[in-house]
Design a protein around this ligand. Structure first.
Ligand SMILES: [Zn+2]
Length: 530
């Protein structure tokens, strides 16, 4: 019999504290449904009463399998329950569970709360009792628990016990400022577990020493049975514990997998990379290429000698099978790459070629030459695929851009404000048809992209769902002159993402190459006829 570990997601509450993240009501509803479908046990939606979005979120039942949780403060010191609007908002919220945040550090009780240690304990007990009486499952986040424990273990424990003894389902130990180290977490949680059963203890870690994941696992080793965290480690400052790293570790590492089970099935785990990238997309952020388990580079290998070994025996170079988390192995084609890299990569993208095919040598030379000029094919998988298909003679000439013109104009607008406007005109030949499109954009590249994709005649239907999701520019010193490298990330209606590259001494020209590759790649992938 395995023990059950519970996962508590606070992306919508603590994660919403991230700099630059601002969830709308619709975002919150969509993300809650996505997290629910993934199999998380608790979804903390927000702080009803604190802002209109969260109040509205909790005004209707959300009908999730997960326990939808409202967050708020314990009863204010010196007030009665019935005279505390914060408590009223929490009790009225359409939520399955209520998570109270309570002070657990006597210093904070005196200085921040300006009350007595006894009144703080009474506030914890009263709040838990009131929420239970309303039929809610109750959690108590003990704020600054670890710092509080170091300063005054008795008082920190008294807060935790007050919550537990009053009937809170979970007493959550919070490393609020994120500075506690894993061995300290393990020792302190171990002490708490002597007073409160581990299956009532949760851990809430922040990432200020980049150990929020390690701290969460250390707490589990010491007896805690609920882990709080966020998708992609969202959260203020350095973020919260990243559930996207914790979940596969619990599922795939024997130390945890043999002892514990979680609510996420093996089949659901395969959606992990997709879940992580979808949230980034909603937040308009480029996914972290180096994110453990789910990043594009997480299972990427560069050197030629490793590549031939990986093809023979993948397990030798991978700590888990990338497919289990919905990722895949990537063998990078770069100037260090050998023939085995190239063959493996071609096989993966479905290009059949004989080992002794002379075109292979030509392709390898071409890649090396272009990389010397500044192209980066290991980052631009789609441009690599096009180069390979072209060298092997398999990319049709769908259309031809006969000329383009981009201009940038600065002028005063109708209200006398100085504005910069860019306009692009593109002349494209599709078969025997000549098409001219013009577009205005925020900048020259934006205008060029819009004009280019405005009318491709019979191919237009294939690129309707195409979107640019990221644009990166780097100035390189290749040879004697500085050149510009542009990497463009695109996405289509199916959620597939690809990256293309362009290099030139002119930034518009480099962007044009990358845009063209992106469009042609999409046409190839869609099976557009020649
Ligand atoms: Zn927090």
């Amino acid at each position: 019999m395995k023990e059950r570990l519970y996962l508590f997601d606070t992306t919508l509450r603590d994660g919403a504290q991230t700099n630059g993240v601002d969830f709308t009501l619709a975002d919150k509803v969509a993300i809650a449904q996505m997290l629910d479908a993934f199999g998380l046990d608790y979804i903390e939606g927000g702080y009803p009463g604190a802002n209109p979005t969260d109040t509205q979120l909790f005004s209707d039942p959300r009908k999730l399998d997960a326990r939808f949780t409202a967050f708020g403060m314990t009863r204010r010191p010196g007030r009665s329950l019935s005279n505390d609007p914060g408590i009223a908002a929490l009790l009225e919220a359409e939520a399955d569970a209520i998570c109270f945040v309570a002070k657990a550090w006597d210093y904070h009780v005196r200085v921040a709360l300006e009350t007595t240690p006894e009144e703080n304990l009474a506030s914890i007990r009263d709040s838990v009792r009131a929420a239970k009486a309303r039929g809610r499952e109750v959690l108590v986040d003990c704020e600054h628990f670890f710092d509080g424990y170091k300063a005054s273990a008795d008082y920190a424990l008294a807060c935790a016990r007050a919550a537990y003894e009053e009937g809170a389902r979970w007493v959550v130990l919070c490393d609020t400022n994120g500075g506690t180290l894993p061995h300290e977490v393990e020792a302190i949680v171990g002490e708490v577990a002597k007073k409160i059963p581990g299956d009532h203890i949760g851990i809430h870690a922040h990432n200020d020493t980049e150990q929020a994941v390690a701290n969460s696992l250390a707490a589990v080793r010491a007896g805690a049975r609920q882990i709080q965290g966020t998708i992609n480690g969202l959260g203020e400052r350095c973020g919260n514990a990243n559930l996207v790293s914790i979940i596969p570790t619990l599922k795939l590492k024997p130390e945890f997998a043999e002892k514990f089970e979680i609510g996420i099935s093996d089949a659901k785990l395969k959606n992990l990379a997709h879940l992580s990238h979808t949230l980034d997309e909603m937040l308009n952020r480029a996914p972290d290429r180096h994110a453990p388990y789910v990043g594009v580079s997480a299972f990427a290998t560069k050197a030629g000698i490793h590549a031939s070994a990986i093809v023979k025996e993948p397990a030798t170079y991978e700590h888990v099978d990338p497919e289990t988390v919905g990722n895949r192995r990537r063998l990078l084609v770069s100037d260090q790459s050998g023939r085995s890299n190239l063959l493996a990569e071609l096989e993966r993208i479905g290009i059949a070629v004989e080992k002794e095919d002379p075109r292979l040598v030509r392709l390898l030379d071409e890649v090396k030459e272009r990389e010397a000029l500044g192209y980066a094919y290991e980052a631009a998988d789609a441009s690599f695929e096009l180069l390979a298909r072209r060298t092997l003679g398999a990319v049709p000439d769908y259309f031809n851009v006969e000329r383009f013109d981009v201009n940038v104009e600065q002028r005063y607008n109708a209200v006398g404000k100085r504005v910069t406007v860019s306009m692009a005109v593109v002349k494209v030949k599709v078969g025997s048809e000549t098409l001219i499109s013009a577009a205005e954009g925020d900048g020259p590249v934006h205008a060029l992209d819009l004009a280019l994709r405005k009318d491709l005649g019979k191919y237009q239907q294939y690129i309707e769902g195409l979107d640019l999701t990221d644009y990166r520019v780097r100035i390189l010193n290749a040879g004697t002159e500085a050149v510009t490298r542009v990497l463009i990330e695109s996405q289509d209606e199916t959620g597939e993402r690809w990256t293309t590259v362009g290099v030139s001494s002119n930034i518009i020209d480099a962007s044009f190459q990358a845009l063209m590759d992106s469009i042609v790649y999409k046409l190839v992938r869609s099976g557009a006829p020649a």
